[in-house]
Design a protein around this ligand. Structure first.
Ligand SMILES: CCCCCCCCCCCCCC(=O)CSCCNC(=O)CCNC(=O)[C@H](O)C(C)(C)COP(=O)(O)OP(=O)(O)OC[C@H]1O[C@@H](n2cnc3c(N)ncnc32)[C@H](O)[C@@H]1OP(=O)(O)O
Ligand SMILES: CCOC(=O)c1cnc2ccc(OC)cc2c1SCCC#N
Length: 389
């Protein structure tokens, strides 16, 4: 398949796969900042660049509407991600964020927002090297402007703005295959509301299964079982940071979280991110941690339902409580809060609980990518300690 744009980019190329003579690390050296292109890339005439100030209620609402109507759908067009405004503000304003990495394209005449792409700064460890990277996300072109080669311009523009801040690497995920994945992961789904999932056509009644038998199969206890299991609070940040840094050190690619990062990414925010921990009733030591983020989806073309309430497994650490029991408590909390489904990738140690907790494999794959950084061997999902939103 000809990738006319991606073949021009400093990414692992398909033709180089298997060539382990190429050194791991940056593919291209940094450009002297004086040589970074000063002005934005040219857009087709009717359009102009706009920096999207996510603090502005009006602008954030415009971004929300663009994504609600034009962002990612599954292959069967059953669902479309419906990131909330609170979620977008959380995802796009981490410590050290750059407002001008929130990039919109709008129609000059009508001022209508028709495309979007974002970056946020992150410190990602690759093996033993911590690399300052941009995490790129929310690339979206309005349905009416597809297949006009707008995406490459948006990607070049966000690249230019990241270079401006003297950063030369990026990380991103996609459901599509591009040059070249560093890992390919699978989504797994745990029904919490099987009746709704069957009604929308995602799940089907098993052979020789009645609806009531199916509901019973997925039934969960009304309350969590682990002594000391509670919501994370602000004063837990130092302990959770220690626990998480230690846990993530085992993976080949993982975020290098400090306390500021943990405070932003993991302190609970209603309807955005939930975090729980186990505080030993005897020693008051924090021994385990689990978290999930809230990403609803629009249900496309169903008479009875408009929205799917989905929880997505985020970062989980078990040092005393078995991971199976910890994650079952996460399922119980999700069910208590009316989630319809709990989703998880097969990254980190998730494979150890997926089947036992009645997750089923999805048909969607998620490919992980690094920009301008070569890794010579494709990572197994269990070697990945990174979850992007
Ligand atoms: C040092 C800093 C570096 C920072 C930058 C790092 C890199 C960041 C990269 C971005 C990471 C984003 C991560 C992220 O946001 C998470 S993945 C979600 C992407 N968004 C969606 O799927 C929303 C619905 N789809 C659309 O809005 C459009 O279809 C998009 C905009 C996706 C493509 O618009 P279009 O109208 O359908 O297509 P053209 O404009 O005609 O362009 C066609 C070219 O675009 C390539 N393409 C298609 N989908 C892509 C994707 N998901 N990543 C990268 N490239 C993608 C495609 O291969 C082709 O290039 P090729 O001819 O070479 O094959
Ligand atoms: C019921 C299980 O499927 C989903 O939760 C879901 C919801 N919305 C989506 C929107 C776009 C979409 O595009 C790939 C997929 C979904 C999916 S399945 C993959 C995500 C997970 N887990």
């Amino acid at each position: 398949k000809r990738h006319k744009f991606w073949e021009t980019q400093p990414v692992g190329q398909f033709k180089d796969m298997g060539d382990t003579s190429l050194p791991e690390g940056p593919i291209e050296p940094p450009t002297p900042l004086s040589e970074v292109k000063q002005e934005p890339y040219n857009l087709p005439n009717p359009y102009e660049w706009i920096t999207c100030d996510m603090d502005s209620e009006e602008m954030c609402n415009e971004v929300y509407n663009l994504l609600t109507n034009n962002y990612v759908e599954d292959d069967e067009n059953m669902f479309r991600f419906n990131y909330s405004m609170g979620f977008l503000r959380w995802a796009l304003r981490p410590p050290g964020y750059f407002r001008n990495w929130h990039i919109g394209v709008r129609v000059k005449s009508s001022k209508k927002l028709v495309a979007f792409i974002t970056g946020v700064p992150a410190r990602i460890r690759v093996r033993d090297t911590v690399v300052y990277m941009a995490e790129i996300n929310f690339l979206c072109v309005h349905k009416k402007l597809r297949s006009k080669r707008l995406a490459p311009v948006m990607i070049k523009e966000v690249t230019r703005r990241v270079h401006f801040e003297n950063m030369w690497q990026a990380a991103y995920t996609a459901g599509v295959v591009l040059p070249t994945p560093i890992s390919t992961c699978q989504y797994w789904h745990r029904s919490l509301n099987p009746k709704k999932l069957i009604d929308v056509g995602f799940s089907r009644l098993g052979a020789r299964m009645t609806m009531s038998r199916t509901i019973k199969l997925y039934k969960l206890p009304d309350s969590t079982v682990t002594p000391g299991f509670r919501k994370m609070e602000s004063h837990d940040v130092p302990a959770v940071t220690r626990l998480l840094r230690n846990y993530l050190s085992q993976f080949l690619v993982a975020p290098d979280f400090d306390e500021n990062d943990v405070e932003h990414w993991l302190l609970p925010r209603e309807n955005v991110v939930d975090s729980y921990l186990v505080e030993s009733p005897e020693t008051h030591e924090i021994t385990d941690f689990c978290s999930f983020y809230t990403l609803p989806s629009s249900i496309l073309g169903n008479q009875n339902y408009n929205t799917l309430k989905a929880a997505y497994s985020y970062y989980n650490v078990s040092t005393k409580t078995p991971l199976l029991q910890l994650m079952n408590d996460a399922l119980i909390v999700a069910k208590q809060n009316d989630y319809d489904v709990f989703n998880a990738l097969d990254v980190m140690q998730n494979e150890s609980f997926l089947k036992d907790l009645k997750f089923g494999p999805g048909d969607g794959k998620l490919h992980y990518y690094l920009y301008n950084y070569r890794i010579n061997h494709v990572l197994r999902p269990s070697e990945l300690g990174l979850v992007l939103l």
